[in-house]
Design a protein around this ligand. Structure first.
Ligand code: NAD
Ligand code: MG
Length: 391
C-alpha cells in the first residue's frame, strides 16, 4: 500500500490524480489532501477518501472546512497555512507526495517533501524553475525519488534508459520537447492583443488550470518546461530542441547518437503520466482510452515562431543566463498572467512585462532559499510597478 499526500488536490492535476487513485484502492491510500480556498470541493474529496489530514491554505476557511467534515469525515484533522502544507508533505508515514500546487506557492511544501526523502510526483514546474539547484540537492540528500508527471518530462523519462544518470554516458544526442502551440498558433499576429482570458484558456488539446493554460497560449509553459527538463535530466538548454506538434500525440522524444529517436505517444490525458509515475516501475490502468492512430491519421511538426511567442524566447534566454534569471522570469510571468486573467493588461503585454523585469533586475547567483525568495519578491514588485504604468 502506497500512502499519498496530494498538494493541490482540487486543481486539474489533483482531480486527475484522485481519479487514478480511485481505480486502485488496493494500491493507494490517501493520507492528506490540500487546497487553497475551495473547501466545498475539498470536503467532497475528503468524504470519498477519508484522509487523516485536510489542509486549507487560507486560514479564514479552516472553520468552514471543519464544519463541512464534522459528519462526513470525522476522522480528518483540519490544518491550515504553509505549516499545514509542510507537515503533510514531510510526515514520516507518507511515501509519496504529489506536488500539484500551481506557481511559486508550491515551493516550500515540495522542498519539504524532497528533504524528507519522499517519492515526489512533480507537476509544480515553477518550484523547480525557481530553485532548481537547491531542490535537486534536497532530493539527492533526502534520498528520495523525483518522478515527473508533466506529460513531456514523463515522456522523456520513459524514453531514457532506466539507469539514466548522465546524457553523455547514455548516448543521448538531444531531447526534443514537443509543444501544441496553444489556441493562438494560427491567429493573425495583429489580433493577439485583443484575445480574452477565456479564449486564452480554451486549449485545443488539454483541459488545465487557468495559469498553465495562459502559459500554453504564450508558450511560456514550454520555456518553463525547458528549464524544468535541464534540472531533471541534467542537460543544458542547448541539448533541448522545442518543436511544435499541434496534435499533442507525441509527448516528447529522445534522440540518441546512433540516430535512433524514441518517442512516447498517447492520447492527451494527464492520467497516463500520473498512473505511470504512481505505479513506476510497474504499469497500471489509468482510465485513458487507447490511442486510435488510424483516426489520428497524421502527425504534424513545425518550428516555433519566436515572433508570435516572445515568452518562449525570453525563457530560453533566461535558461542560458541561469543564476537568478529563471526566478525573475517565473515571478514576473506569474504576476503578469494574473493581471491578464483579471483583464488589467493585454495578452501581448505579458511578454513585455517579463522582458522589462528581466532587463531591469540585477542577476545574481542565489545561494540560499532566502536569496531565492528575495529575488522572487523583488521581481514581483517590479512587475507590479510596470503593470501600474499600463493601468
Ligand atoms: P489548478 O489551478 O487547476 O490547481 C491548482 C491547485 O493548487 C488547486 O488545488 C489550488 O487550490 C492549489 N493552490 C493554488 N494556489 C495555492 C496557494 N497559494 N497555496 C496553496 N495551494 C494553492 O492548476 P493545475 O492545472 O492543476 O496545475 C497545477 C500544477 O501542475 C502547475 O504547476 C502546472 O504548471 C502543472 N501542470 C499542470 C498540467 C495540467 O494538465 N493541468 C500539466 C502539466 C503540469
Ligand atoms: Mg507539460
Amino acid at each position: 500500500m502506497q500512502i499519498l499526500t496530494v498538494l493541490g488536490a482540487t486543481g486539474s492535476i489533483g482531480i486527475n490524480v484522485l481519479d487514478v487513485v480511485s481505480r486502485h484502492p488496493d494500491r493507494f491510500k490517501i493520507f492528506a489532501l490540500s487546497c487553497h480556498t475551495k473547501v466545498i470541493e475539498l470536503a467532497a474529496q475528503c468524504e470519498k477518501f477519508q484522509p487523516l489530514f485536510a489542509v486549507v491554505f487560507d486560514r479564514s476557511k479552516a472553520n468552514n472546512l471543519k464544519k463541512l467534515l464534522q459528519e462526513t469525515s470525522p476522522g480528518t484533522t483540519v490544518l491550515c497555512g504553509i505549516e499545514g502544507l509542510c507537515f503533510i508533505a514531510g510526515e514520516p508515514s507518507v511515501d509519496t507526495v504529489i506536488a500539484a500546487i500551481v506557481g511559486a506557492a508550491g515551493l516550500l511544501p515540495t522542498l519539504e517533501a524532497a528533504k524528507s526523502g519522499k517519492k515526489i510526483l512533480l507537476a509544480n514546474k515553477e518550484s523547480l524553475v525557481m530553485a532548481g539547484s537547491l531542490f535537486m540537492d534536497a532530493v539527492h540528500q533526502g534520498g528520495g525519488t523525483l518522478l515527473p508527471i508533466d506529460s513531456e518530462h514523463n515522456a522523456i523519462f520513459q524514453c531514457l534508459p532506466s539507469d539514466y544518470t548522465d546524457a553523455k554516458k547514455c548516448g543521448v544526442r538531444k531531447i526534443v520537447l514537443t509543444a501544441s502551440g496553444g489556441p493562438f498558433r494560427g491567429l493573425d499576429l495583429g489580433s493577439l492583443s485583443g484575445v480574452t482570458p477565456d479564449q486564452a484558456c480554451a486549449h485545443p488539446n488539454w483541459k488545465m488550470g487557468r495559469k498553465i493554460s495562459v502559459d500554453s497560449a504564450t508558450m511560456m509553459n514550454k520555456g518553463l518546461e525547458l528549464i524544468e527538463a535541464c534540472w531533471i535530466f541534467g542537460v543544458s538548454p542547448g541539448q533541448i530542441e522545442v518543436i511544435v506538434h499541434p496534435q499533442s500525440i507525441i509527448h516528447s522524444m529522445v534522440e540518441y547518437l546512433d540516430g535512433s529517436i524514441l518517442a512516447q505517444l498517447g492520447n492527451p490525458d494527464m492520467r497516463t503520466p500520473i498512473a505511470h509515475a504512481l505505479a513506476w516501475p510497474a504499469r497500471i490502468s489509468s482510465g485513458v482510452a487507447s490511442l486510435d492512430i488510424i483516426r489520428a491519421a497524421r502527425l504534424d511538426f513545425e518550428a516555433p515562431d519566436l515572433e508570435r511567442f516572445p515568452c518562449l524566447a525570453l525563457a530560453i534566454q533566461a535558461a542560458e543566463t541561469g543564476a537568478s534569471a529563471p526566478i525573475a522570469l517565473n515571478a514576473s510571468n506569474e504576476v503578469a498572467v494574473d493581471a491578464f486573467l483579471k483583464k488589467e493588461i493585454l495578452f501581448t503585454q505579458i511578454s513585455e512585462i517579463v522582458a522589462m523585469v528581466l532587463s531591469e533586475i540585477t542577476i545574481t547567483e542565489p545561494s540560499s532559499l532566502e536569496a531565492i525568495q528575495r529575488c522572487d519578491r523583488e521581481s514581483r514588485e517590479l512587475a507590479i510597478k510596470f503593470i501600474k504604468g499600463y493601468l
